[in-house]
Design a protein around this ligand. Structure first.
Ligand code: FES
Length: 241
């Protein structure tokens, strides 16, 4: 017998501590709740809504809601996964995600989550936005076409690197990632390939130059195991060894 408080996740007892969110407790117990903008090293952002669960019958974001003893949480139900699939569909059409030619393929959390959710097509019409890449920096390239606006790079650069290189600009449909320099070019910042922000992107926006295919397709993080089988989930993987 143990006195550790628990809540139920898909009918299974999960230990929880005061102040722990549902996703933190689930991850600590080795249970996967789909997510994109949450990262264990940063405060929850609550923007992607992939971590949607039902807690005592109410739809909530598992990364922001506290796990309370006795709570009944539904996670991987067909209905909730269907809603997640719709969110993923929207993310895929809103940017330009051409997985077969993307050097992040196999290491991409968006791609891996779409596979996990059984997404087979984009469903909606593609926007095909016109977003030029920024290859100005000697060591890092930015391909804004793949941005999902999780703000992990914004948080890492601001809170960990102390540089504030990235920001989101615009509102609603016009929201987009920008570089904080007068020219808007990465080369005109103090960004470095060794920054945490250079390794945090869950998709293929921030790419280190000259190491793109150091780990070949077929031997990458999500080629070996689906994202739900990697607990804790594989961090956005470095392409370089
Ligand atoms: Fe919770 Fe994005 S992971 S809202």
């Amino acid at each position: 017998m143990t006195d550790t408080p628990t809540f139920q996740l898909d009918g299974e007892d999960i230990p929880c501590r005061p102040g722990q969110t549902v996703i933190q407790a689930a991850q600590a117990a080795g249970r996967y709740i789909p997510h994109l903008c949450w990262h264990p090293d940063y405060a929850p952002h609550g923007s992607c809504k992939l971590c949607l669960v039902k807690a005592d019958g109410r739809s909530v974001a598992a990364c922001t809601v506290e796990a309370r003893p006795g709570m009944q949480v539904e996670n991987r139900t067909p209905e909730i996964d269907d809603q997640r699939r719709r969110l993923l569909n929207m993310l895929f059409v809103e940017g330009n995600h051409f997985c077969p030619s993307c050097e992040k393929s196999g290491n991409c959390t968006l791609q891996a989550t779409a596979y996990e959710m059984g997404m087979t097509n984009a469903h909606y019409d593609h926007f095909y936005p016109d977003r030029p890449v920024d290859a100005s920096h000697p060591d890092v390239m930015l391909d804004f076409n793949r941005c999902i606006m999780c703000e992990l790079c914004v948080r890492a650069s601001r809170d960990e690197d102390g540089k504030n290189v990235f920001a989101l600009a615009g509102r609603g449909m016009r929201s987009h990632l920008i570089v904080n320099s007068a020219s808007g070019r990465l080369a005109d910042t103090n960004f470095a390939a060794t920054d945490r922000a250079a390794s945090i992107c869950p998709v293929g926006v921030i790419l280190k130059k000259r190491v793109g295919f150091a780990v070949p397709i077929g031997r990458r993080a999500f080629d070996a195991l689906p994202i739900s089988a990697q607990m804790p989930p594989a961090p956005p993987a470095e392409d370089a060894p």
